[in-house]
Structures are given as structure tokens and as C-alpha cells.
Design a protein around this ligand. Structure first.
Ligand code: IVH
Length: 673
């Protein structure tokens, strides 16, 4: 029903939306801030007086709301894929040649775009109104970050123009370089941890359970794609359309023809890179026509019609001041280069990894040398090599074990075993560095998932002797915790809650959390599935263990060694007696694929073998290497092998890729209920 008030509210919303768009998207406001604030307050007042006229797409509802206990899960309608990379001109030539050959065309038209260095997000609009926002997650399911995304000024709560039905817009959330600098300055002033780069800052800000915090961080967004019924035409046409809907798209995009067009764009963007307001780590080339995109199709988990051409890593010269050792969870001593601070592509670097002694020998790195430091994206900076011309006379080769005959942390002997590249401290859990790492690993997200137990806190807990083994975590008390640095009542309570809820876990997570050498997440899952109980796993011999998928003699021996240590058994017993538990095997799988064995054959197009495997396993199923009467499903991709024939001969259930995806989606949505 339209009334004078509802009309007024409507026109205020339109006006405010337009100013938001001019401010956040066009970067060209047309009214002073004070005038904007006045309009905003007028709308707020009217909505307060007329609560019945409030709607979720009102610009007043961008300020964040109460913290969530956790993020909900969203199953993506179509998987969020990744892009293949090209690192050289040759690879770009190959990319273009494959497309020309496959499509039998002489020249291809490409849409070219920056590769934004942020995090992928999917936005769902229904009848033009923002309904849902999800992170990429594992590509199949992401986290529901709707409340957080609503606080991002550049993302429209309602699309401009008339819309009916559903549109999914995909793009990248990022933080502008200037906003990143500002945020870090504020973090510094408050004595809080600074973010390493704008991408981490964007990810940390978006993945806040308290959307009021997200609202305070300035995040930006650029769209690079969309999905809706009847999407035809070209990528460049789509970008134009998104722009008309007031969705931010980068103005650095273009349309070019052939390899020369691609490389010209690459070079131009490389020149421009430093001056751009946001970080990019390369450019993306996409066949412009959707029809031709369709014809090219997908391979594994990436489209054949697009590629990311990455910028080369950034390098700088500096002086190597010294080499120290860092002791990791397994006692490995990793040599760390201490450098005269130098800016590498805008980031100050003062440490770099040297990996191990072999690496030091191979590169003949010596203290006092002038070295080339490289930084690529998020990875730890590394030393590429030495400028020999600048080597000082009298320098000597560096020997890590000579410098560290004993562990710098605990004083235990350092040994280097035959055939191993890493020197190791023999202190085990006597070594506080290993203790800290073991506890951090135990608490990590994919292990016991104890939120809030970060490095600083573990340092204190271990140094004060409050926590010596993971089992001690379950005895912590609020008063003691609250008295630690940077902790208060509230954070102590939150941590205790997180510790408490970690008690309910799965057998696979628990095995992984123990930090047994060579036992990663996937091996932990295999072991859990195979043995079903701690009792059985503890007493397994070499033969029992090597019967498990992907467990070879080295892994098996490391598991046996682990359980042969009395203190490890004591820690496990203590953990169990303090209430850690998991559903018994069989019932653990409320999951729909529990007990089902799959065999994969042929090339899948929407994801890699590994992804398909981890998908099946995450839903409780198993993947076997060969077909037998015990196989429940045989999934066939392109060019299936003899397993397919065998499956037919045995009368097994055979699924093509589409049917497999349907099965997985059905089980997932059943589970997310
Ligand atoms: S298109 C089918 N375009 O890069 C894949 N992605 O490596 C659709 N990204 O997850 C992606 N800028 O988060 C596309 N202009 C751009 C991009 C872009 C950044 C990210 C995106 C994606 C990742 C793939």
C-alpha cells in the first residue's frame, strides 16, 4: 500500500542508495557528508516511527548486528571453480593455440581483466534484493557471510533496475591499499597485531562472527561474473550489464584480439600495477563469447576458456646479516635468514626461509653475502641466490649443525638422520618450541578447532608452565586465564567455551590433532575409517597399518613409533578421561555416504580426482583403487578405463559425472538441514 510516508521512505532510500553508489562505486560523491548524514538520519527516524515499513534492503540496515555463534554453511548452486595459471608468454601462446584449434577459428576475442588479490564471494539476489552471500570455501560449500557482506558499502542491497528471479553475482572482496594502511596504523596504535597484506586483512575482516567489526573495516568489491537464466552474449557485455545494475566492476578491463592483444594488456597492467588503488597478482583472460566458452568447457576444476596470467614474483637485493634456526613441531631446525630490512614489492622483508642445510649448500649462501630475496604472494619470502661479485673476502660456508650442536630452545642434542634433509632437536615434548607447536597444531581449525587459542596465548601458557601437553588445556580455569596478557574475563570465557565444545569431535580429527609425523588430514581419515577405534589403532602392527589406503612403511613406522612412546599414550588417556569423545564408527556417519565405497575412473570435468575423493570422504564414504563386488558406486568421467567394463560385468551401480554431482548435492543438502 502506498501512503505519503511510504513514498517518502522510498524516495529517501533511492536517494541514499544513489549517493552510496556515487561514493563507494564511482568514487565521486555529489553531496557533502553532512547532507548525506541528514538524509540517513531522516530515514532512520521514519523507519523507527513506522516499523511496519522496514525492509531488509534498506540502506539503514548496513551497520552490522549481534555476533553469530558460528557461520552457517551454504552449498553452492554450481561449484566455484578456480583458474589455471600461466607464468610465461609461452604458456599464453599455448592457451590461445589450444582454443583456436578446438574452436577451429583464426583469431579469438578475449575479455581481459585484472586478477584481484582478495577473496572470492558469491552474492545471491532474488527479485533484485540481496538475499545471501557466501565465501568460496572448498568450492562446493562456503560460509554464510550475508550479515558481513551487507555492511560493505560498495555492494548493493538492491540492484538498480527491474529484476525478477534469481541472479548470482560472483566477484572478489578486497581491501584498498589505502584502507589497509589506515587499518594497520590503527592496529599498531592499539597495540594489536598488524595484517601482513591487504588480502589477509580483507579475509580477516570478512570472516568475523561479529558483523559490527566488519562494518568498521572498509572493504571493497569487484564483480567478475554472474549466473542467471538466459545468460547470453559476452563477458564484456555482462560486465556492462552489471555496471548498469550499480554493481562495481573494475574499469581496468578490456576486450582484445589474439595473443598480441593479451600480452599488450599484460604489459600495460604490469606498468600500472603499483599505481592501482588495489592489489592484483596478475591478469585474467577469458574467451569473450559465452557460446564459445560453453564449447570449450571445463577440465578438472578449471575452465578451458580462461587463464590467469600471473605477474612474476618480486625480487630485491639485500645483505644477509645472520642465520638462525627455528624449531618446528616435529623438532626440525629450519634455518632462517636474518636480512637487512628491504622493501620487496612494497612489503618490508627482514626474514626469509632457507629451508634446510642442503639448500644453503646448493646456493652457497654465506653470512655477509648480498642475496636476492623473492616474495611471491602470500608465501614466506625466500632467498633465490647470492650475488657472488659482492662476496666479502674471508667468508666461510655456513653449517647449521656446527652453529647448533644443541637445540637453541631446550639444549637437547641436534641430530641429522641418514637420508633426511632436516636437522632435528631430539628433545621431543621436553622442548618448549615443540610443545608450543604441538599445542597450536592440536588446537588448529582442521584439528580440534579451538577458536581463540593463538600463538601469543600458547607462548604464555607454555612459558608459565600452565600447559605442557594438549591434555592440560582441558584443565584450564577462568581466573588464571583472565590474568594473562591481553586476556580479560570475556575472552577467557570464550576460550573455555571453545575448549569445551572441542570435546565433541570425530575420530579422524583427533588422530590428526595428535600430530603424528607423516599423518596429515587425509591419512588420519583413512586410519579412522579403517580402525574405527583408538584401541585398534594403538595396537596396529606394520602389516595392519600398511593395509590402509596410502599408508606405506615410512608412515606406518612413524605411527608405531608414536604409540611406542609412553608419554604419548599418557597424553591420549588424559585427553579421553577429560571428556574428548567422538561418535562410534558406524553411527559417526549421520552422513549419507557412510559405509559406501566409490571407485573413480576417467577424467572428471568439474573437479580433480583429489577433490572428488575428499568430497566423498567428507560425506563419510570411501574411495577404493579397484573395482570389486564390494564397490557401491563406480563414477565414470571422460575416457573411463577397464574399471568401467569390470563394473558393468559385476552389475555395479555406475554414475556419470552429472549423476555423481546430483548424489553429492542431495546428500549435502540433506546434511545441512
Ligand atoms: S573468474 C571459473 N576473474 O581467482 C573461475 N576470477 O584462481 C572463475 N579472481 O577464485 C573466476 N580476479 O577468486 C575470475 N577477474 C577475475 C578474477 C578472479 C580474481 C580469483 C577468483 C577465483 C580465483 C581463481
Amino acid at each position: 500500500m502506498s501512503s505519503p510516508v511510504s513514498e517518502k521512505i522510498d524516495s529517501l532510500r533511492k536517494e541514499i542508495n544513489l549517493h552510496n553508489y556515487r561514493y563507494y562505486v564511482l568514487d565521486n560523491p555529489s553531496i557533502p557528508d553532512a547532507e548525506y548524514d541528514r538524509l540517513f538520519r531522516e530515514l532512520q527516524a521514519l523507519e523507527r516511527e513506522h516499523p511496519d515499513l522496514r525492509t531488509p534492503d534498506s540502506p539503514t540496515l548496513r551497520i552490522g548486528s549481534q555476533p553469530l555463534p558460528e557461520f552457517g554453511e551454504i552449498v553452492h548452486k554450481a561449484p566455484m571453480l578456480s583458474l589455471n595459471n600461466a607464468f610465461s608468454e609461452d604458456e599464453v601462446f599455448d592457451f590461445d593455440r589450444r582454443i583456436r584449434e578446438r574452436l577451429a577459428l583464426d583469431e579469438i576475442e578475449y575479455a581481459v581483466e585484472p586478477k584481484f588479490d582478495g577473496l572470492a564471494i558469491s552474492l545471491t539476489y532474488v527479485d533484485g534484493v540481496l538475499k545471501q552471500a557466501a565465501t568460496r570455501g572448498d568450492g562446493f560449500r562456503g560460509e554464510d557471510v550475508t550479515l558481513n557482506v551487507r555492511t560493505i558499502g560498495a555492494i548493493p542491497l538492491r540492484l538498480e533496475g527491474n529484476h525478477s528471479g534469481e541472479v548470482e553475482i560472483r566477484g572478489e572482496v578486497l581491501m584498498l591499499k589505502s584502507d589497509f594502511e589506515m587499518l594497520n596504523r590503527a592496529q599498531r596504535d592499539r597495540g594489536e597485531k598488524e595484517f601482513a597484506n591487504p588480502r589477509n586483512a580483507a579475509a580477516g575482516s570478512l570472516r568475523q562472527l561479529d558483523s559490527r567489526i566488519t562494518a568498521k573495516r572498509r572493504l571493497s568489491f569487484f564483480a567478475y561474473g554472474a549466473l542467471f537464466q538466459g545468460m547470453t552474449g559476452t563477458q564484456s557485455g555482462l560486465m556492462k550489464r552489471l555496471q548498469d545494475w550499480h554493481v562495481p566492476v573494475s574499469k581496468e578491463r578490456g576486450v582484445v584480439k589474439g595473443v598480441s592483444g593479451l600480452l599488450d594488456y599484460f604489459n600495460a597492467m604490469q606498468q600500472k600495477r603499483k599505481g592501482l588503488p588495489f592489489e592484483i597478482d596478475g591478469v585474467v583472460y577469458k574467451v569473450n563469447s559465452f557460446e564459445l566458452q560453453e564449447a570449450m568447457g571445463y577440465v578438472s576444476r578449471a575452465p578451458r576458456f580462461a587463464v590467469a596470467h600471473k605477474f612474476p614474483p618480486e625480487e630485491a637485493l639485500t645483505e644477509l646479516l645472520g642465520i638462525d634456526a627455528q624449531v618446528g613441531r616435529t623438532g626440525a631446525l629450519t634455518p632462517v635468514a636474518r636480512l637487512k630490512p628491504v622493501s620487496v614489492g612494497g612489503v618490508i622483508v627482514s626474514n626469509a626461509t632457507l629451508h634446510n642445510q642442503d639448500e644453503i649448500d646448493r646456493k652457497d649462501v654465506r653470512i655477509g653475502d648480498t642475496v636476492i630475496v623473492r616474495r611471491a604472494g602470500d608465501v614466506i619470502p625466500e632467498i633465490v641466490g647470492v650475488v657472488l661479485d659482492k662476496r666479502m673476502e674471508g667468508s666461510e660456508p655456513f653449517d647449521l649443525q656446527k652453529k647448533y650442536p644443541v637445540c637453541p630452545i631446550c639444549g637437547s642434542h641436534v641430530v641429522k638422520l641418514e637420508g633426511e634433509v632436516q636437522a632435528r632437536c631430539t628433545g621431543g615434548l621436553y622442548c618448549s618450541a615443540q610443545r608450543k607447536e604441538a599445542i597450536l597444531h592440536f588446537a588448529s581449525r582442521r584439528a580440534m578447532d579451538i577458536d581463540g587459542l593463538g600463538e601469543k596465548l600458547v607462548d604464555q601458557l607454555v612459558e608459565k608452565g600452565m600447559v605442557n601437553t594438549p591434555a592440560d588445556l582441558y584443565l584450564l580455569e577462568k581466573d588464571v586465564l583472565a590474568g594473562l596478557d591481553r586476556m580479560g574475563e570475556k575472552s577467557a570465557e570464550n576460550l573455555l567455551d571453545a575448549i569445551e565444545s572441542s570435546k565433541e569431535t570425530t575420530f579422524a580429527r583427533f588422530i590428526y590433532a595428535l600430530g603424528i609425523r607423516h599423518v596429515g588430514e587425509s591419512t588420519a581419515k583413512d586410519l579412522a575409517g579403517h580402525f574405527g577405534s583408538m584401541e585398534a589403532l594403538q595396537h596396529a602392527g606394520l602389516e595392519d597399518l600398511t593395509a590402509v589406503q596410502d599408508v606405506g612403511p615410512v608412515v606406518a613406522q612413524s605411527i608405531i613409533d608414536f604409540f611406542a612412546e609412553r608419554h604419548n599414550i599418557e597424553v591420549i588417556d588424559a585427553l579421553l578421561s577429560r571428556g574428548i569423545s567422538w561418535p562410534e564408527s558406524g553411527q559417526s556417519e549421520r552422513t549419507g555416504l557412510s559405509g559406501k565405497t566409490f571407485v573413480l575412473t576417467g577424467t572428471l570435468s568439474a573437479f580433480s580426482r583429489e577433490e572428488a575423493r575428499s568430497k566423498i570422504e567428507s560425506l563419510g564414504g570411501k574411495v577404493a583403487g579397484s573395482v570389486s563386488a564390494k564397490t557401491d558406486f563406480v563414477v565414470t568421467g571422460e575416457n573411463p578405463g577397464s574399471k568401467y567394463e569390470k563394473a558393468l560385468a559385476l552389475g555395479l551401480k555406475v554414475l556419470n559425472e552429472g549423476e555423481f554431482i546430483e548424489l553429492v548435492s542431495a546428500v549435502q543438502s540433506q546434511e545441512s538441514k
